[in-house]
Write a protein that binds this ligand. Structure first.
Ligand code: PSU
Ligand code: MN
Length: 301
């Protein structure tokens, strides 16, 4: 696979400086409405740099897989997107798509290919509710297992089946660590009622765990709950999720179209509250990922 690495990211790789990969779906019109998507991108890039790491935004642009996008091209990430999961990379490249927005799975594949070991997102995909009937399980989960990249996320949205998502991560052999939390976080809500087996409170311990996992091979999930002052009320969020899922079902959505429809419905239904929370948690994840990348660069050099 041809991957074009930006000069800034290539220099950082050569000099073994800390790098944090980012997906582009959350910053496209599939993930967040405008202008919040642009604000999310600026805040994530800014906090990664401020923490001393280099951001590496991934995308397909003009039929090329890209790791690191120059500022002059960042505007393109905010536009109308076609979703590119890991399996779609070959098609997006072969058909030379103008803009393909990378999901978690595609970003992990590209980061691994480039030699980047830390990735930040908002929330991962997972096992969808009703998967026992329709089998919809996000390709993010096997990608987390396969690629030697540490993912920092605020857990996953509870429009997914979170208990089954956590079980599947166990089946796939993905270490799941709560950073200063005991429960798998539910994205805009800090708790889910699902206990995690492993909690880490200190960054230096998290760095050592991540370094050990990378030496063993495969990826890992760090759960970083949304900051308390930005979190939404669980009842408000659950009601919005139930309505969004009904809308998606009524429109006959299936497969990759489900997640974007549900995200859009939740955003409009909570009159922007969910969107503001999304920005806060994305920035919070980018910061922890950058801290982790800085720590790993020290351990691994
Ligand atoms: N969850 C969110 N925001 C998102 C996504 C998930 O709260 O933007 C995106 C991510 O790019 C994730 C993808 O990798 O949706 C998962 O899609 P699917 O369920 O089709 O695997
Ligand atoms: Mn799916």
């Amino acid at each position: 696979m041809d991957v074009r690495i930006s000069p800034e990211v290539a220099d950082a790789l050569t000099e073994r400086r800390p790098i944090v990969a980012l997906e582009s779906t959350i910053f496209s019109n599939l993930g967040l409405p405008s202008p919040a998507n642009g604000e999310a991108l600026v805040r994530c890039l800014g906090v990664i740099r401020a923490t001393g790491a280099v951001p590496a935004l991934t995308a397909v642009l003009d039929g090329t897989a890209r790791v690191g996008i120059a500022e002059s091209e960042q505007e393109r990430i905010l536009g109308a997107a076609r979703k590119v999961a890991e399996r779609d990379l070959a098609i997006a490249l072969g058909e030379a798509w103008d803009f393909g927005a990378t999901t978690v799975s595609a970003s992990l594949a590209l980061a691994a290919r480039a030699g980047i070991h830390v990735f930040a997102t908002g929330g991962i995909g997972g096992v969808h509710r009703g998967a026992e009937h329709h089998g919809d399980v996000s390709a993010d989960l096997p990608a987390l297992a396969r690629h030697p990249v540490v993912t920092v996320s605020a857990g996953a949205k509870s429009f997914l089946d979170l208990p089954r998502t956590v079980e599947m991560l166990e089946t796939l052999g993905v270490p799941v660590v709560g950073f200063r939390c005991d429960e798998f976080p539910a994205f805009t809500v800090r708790t889910s009622g699902i206990s995690l087996n492993h909690r880490v409170d200190e960054l230096r311990v998290l760095v050592r765990v991540a370094a050990a996992r990378l030496r063993i091979g495969g990826g890992m999930l760090v759960c970083n709950p949304i900051p308390a002052d930005a979190a939404l009320d669980a009842d408000v969020m659950n009601a919005a999720i139930d309505r969004a899922l009904r809308t998606a079902t009524n429109r006959g959505a299936s497969g990759p179209s489900v997640t974007p429809i549900v995200l859009t419905e939740i955003a409009s239904d909570t009159s922007g509250q969910a969107v503001r929370a999304n920005l806060a948690l994305a920035e919070n994840n980018a910061r922890l990922a950058a801290d982790l990348a800085v720590g790993l660069a020290g351990v691994r050099s």
